[in-house]
Design a protein around this ligand. Structure first.
Ligand code: COA
Length: 248
């Protein structure tokens, strides 16, 4: 069967490719579960020393599959999306992302957990939680203002404005913009360079760079509760229904 997430090894790099291009790589429950398992696999295998997250078909991801949010379970504690962002925040293996095209919702917020992010000129970022009647996730309500300041956080998380690769570079969300066609090669080379570093020094330095992980873990849970409450609201149902009903 056609895999919606392709996980493969490239020497010491584990490549995770979101592969559902007909749905803009929107992440359904199975995809979150496969990605969570891949992060855990990498941490458990000393032969895997970096992870590269990519999207197939010229898109990173349109974020959470909105159909899964239409009929959510009453308790989101073990919702695959929440388990994925917990695993991402706790991941010990260095993370690199290659972003082409749309990076929406968790497609944008997961980048704040990555060590290196490369973008194609086509990259377009958006965190439309409030527009949907939802609240931010993946600890973005903490990490976005911390990294970008309150003014930009309000622009992206309250106004839900989108931004392009140039702005992401200016804001230090991405490390570099790859020339057209070169994104995969450049991101894989960076992951390979990380994989060659002395692993203990790299792991210790990552931990030092990412101090405050307890606050991140606590924020994930707080956001999770608010997200679950919001999902039960008629506004969210109406916004999601409007997305599926739209006709250009
Ligand atoms: N969940 C489920 N399906 C999605 C999806 C999502 N998040 N994003 C896109 N799709 C589906 C569309 O329904 C469409 O399916 P169809 O061909 O069966 O009708 C297909 O993917 C292509 O999407 P489309 O909107 O036509 O592509 P586009 O290039 O015009 O726009 C996006 C791309 C990503 C800007 C737009 O799809 C979008 O805004 N998606 C929703 C993003 C979102 O709100 N994510 C959740 C945040 S919590």
């Amino acid at each position: 069967m056609h895999a919606k997430v392709i996980v493969r090894r490239d020497d010491a790099v584990l490549r995770i490719v979101m592969n559902r291009p007909d749905k803009k790589n929107a992440l359904d429950r199975d995809m979150y579960e496969r990605m969570t398992a891949a992060l855990t696999e990498a941490d458990a295998d000393p032969g895997l020393r970096a992870i590269l997250i990519e999207g197939a078909g010229g898109v990173f991801t349109a974020g959470n599959d909105l159909s899964d949010l239409r009929f959510p379970p009453a308790d989101l504690k073990d919702f695959p999306a929440l388990r994925f962002v917990r695993a991402l925040a706790a991941c010990q293996t260095p993370l690199v992302a290659a972003v082409e095209g749309d990076a929406v919702g968790v497609g944008a917020t997961m980048l704040f957990h990555c060590d290196l992010v490369y973008a194609a000129p086509s990259a377009r970022f958006k965190m439309p939680f409030v527009d949907l009647g939802l609240v931010p996730e993946a600890a973005s309500s903490l990490l976005v203002p911390e990294r970008l300041g309150l003014a930009k956080a309000a622009q992206f998380l309250l106004l839900c404005e989108s931004f392009d690769a140039d702005e992401a570079l200016r804001l230090n969300i991405v490390n570099a913009i790859a020339p057209p066609g070169d994104l995969g090669r450049i991101a894989l080379a960076a992951a390979g360079r990380l994989a060659e570093k002395p692993s203990q020094a790299l792991a210790a330095t990552r931990r030092l760079l990412r101090s405050g992980q307890e606050a991140v873990a606590a924020r994930l849970e707080e956001e999770g509760k608010l997200f679950a409450q919001a999902l039960a609201s008629p506004t969210v149902r109406a916004r999601i229904a409007a997305f599926f009903a739209r006709r250009d």
